[in-house]
Write a protein that binds this ligand. Structure first.
Ligand SMILES: C[S@@+](CC[C@H](N)C(=O)[O-])C[C@H]1O[C@@H](n2cnc3c(N)ncnc32)[C@H](O)[C@@H]1O
Length: 427
């Protein structure tokens, strides 16, 4: 690999911004790490890998030998994927030489022979001359001068049955950031070590109630120089509301599959399920529901979604409890879930939580029979088998309805994913 450690005008065709490239060369993101041993240990867990696979491809048989493009890979993300999936082929691209050099160090340190790196703008992904089963592009597209061109280029290298993981900023929770970005712009403050130091001082005097206050409290990252610069002094930054994200996907010929964590958007979960307006929410389309829930929650800072080619999405992502087939789904526990057995609300046998949720209202109390269903999930049994194993009398009237409602709720609550590969394939 050749990584140019200087600004290369050849790399900025098709709208890639020299200003943004220079910014990431000076403030590479995320903060570079020395080694990925702990990360590797986390992903040694087979169950975690299976769950991650079926997040993207519920209907495909689990495999690990696929090709992944990490677009805008920053200092470590491509190396992490190479460690996470040793049998997969990983390609990392970024236009920041500093970031790629940091990744190259990790590659050497961990002997990542399945990782190749290239200094290339996302907008020119087509020049890779290859296509990929999976594309990871998180925290990148909202920094492009022409995000549509970037997303279009990524779509052109996604295999027809491939899946993308996209993460873009969301506007309402970032209102305070955009106010302070504007504050800096008006004072002609751009990214430099002095400017960051002075901002750290100023932020200590931020008046109580400023929209930035919660973010400063809840995002420990802002203690770090690169993170703070990335948030407040970025030369190019936009955000997408839910409707804007759906339009963005549609313009690129892509279809929304699911949120990587869907409970925060759901009318069935948390406080949203008990509002006087919930019956109205339930009557509108899912897309409209997500848009409304984003407005009600008010503090989302990013959207993280699984997306597909628009013509292939239907077969790839069908989870459907309204028609037959769901009894053959195999539930797989999602990573980061916990089953709490203490200080329970009245009538509950346990409370299920996904620790990756940031909204505190997202937890699921379960009763005794539901807990038996939950305990019988082993990543191998189908829902039908779980009902046979766990229900006191499986033929009892109503037990199938109970199971259907419970497993659908577990899915919405980000407690489980489904392996639906045992079902006959749609033709
Ligand atoms: C906020 S960082 C995210 C890094 C990584 N995706 C992650 O989630 O850890 C954004 C990265 O995208 C890269 N980037 C931004 N615009 C780009 C472009 N047009 N082409 C290639 N890389 C770009 C930056 O150099 C930086 O490394």
């Amino acid at each position: 690999m050749t990584i140019k450690n200087h600004y290369d005008p050849q790399l900025t065709g098709l709208g890639a911004s020299p200003e943004v490239q220079d910014f990431y060369d000076r403030y590479p993101y995320p903060r570079p790490v020395d080694n990925l041993q702990n990360y590797g240990r986390l992903w040694d867990d087979y169950q975690r890998r299976v769950a991650d696979f079926h997040l993207f491809w519920p209907a495909q048989t689990y495999r690990e030998d696929y090709s992944i493009l990490v677009a805008g890979c920053g200092t470590s993300q491509a190396a992490k994927y190479a460690i996470r999936w040793p049998s997969a082929q990983i390609t990392g691209i970024d236009f920041s030489a500093t970031s790629l050099c940091k990744t190259e160090e990790l590659k050497r340190k961990h002997n990542l022979t399945n990782l190749s790196l290239q200094q290339l703008p996302v907008e020119r992904a087509g020049e890779l001359g290859d296509s990929f089963d999976q594309i990871i592009c998180t925290g990148v597209l909202h920094h492009l001068v022409e995000p549509d061109a970037g997303l279009g280029a990524l779509r052109s290298v996604l295999k027809p049955d491939g899946a993308m993981h996209l993460m873009v900023y969301a506007p309402y929770g970032r209102a305070g950031i955009y106010m302070l970005q504007d504050f800096c712009r008006r004072l002609d403050i751009s990214a430099s070590d002095d400017a960051i130091r002075d901002l750290v001082t100023a932020l200590k005097s931020l008046p109580p109630g400023h929209p930035m206050e919660t973010l400063l409290r809840t995002a420990p990252d802002f203690g770090d120089q690169a993170e703070l610069a990335d948030a407040l002094l970025h030369p190019q930054d936009r955000a997408y509301s839910v409707p804007q994200l759906f339009e963005f996907l549609q313009r690129a010929g892509l279809a929304f599959g699911r949120w990587t964590r869907q409970a925060p958007y759901s009318a069935r979960c948390g406080v949203i399920a008990g509002l006087p307006q919930t019956p109205r929410l339930e009557k509108i389309s899912l897309e409209q529901q997500f848009a409304a829930v984003e407005l009600f929650r008010g503090t989302m800072v990013r959207h993280s979604a699984v997306v597909y080619h628009n013509e292939s999405s239907a077969q790839l992502n069908q989870i459907d409890f309204a028609h037959g087939g769901w009894l053959d789904y195999v539930p797989i526990r999602m990573a980061d879930t916990v089953c709490v057995l203490e200080r329970l609300p009245p009538g509950a046998a346990a409370v299920l939580i996904n620790r990756s949720h940031t909204f505190r209202d997202l937890f699921l109390p379960v009763n005794a029979i539901e807990k038996r269903f939950f305990d019988a999930i082993d990543g191998k049994r189908s829902i039908a088998e779980i009902v046979r194993v766990a229900a006191p009398s499986p033929k009892e009237t109503g037990i199938a309805d109970l199971a259907r409602d419970f497993f659908e709720q577990l899915w919405w609550q980000d407690q489980v994913l489904f392996d639906t590969s045992r079902l006959p394939k749609a033709t």
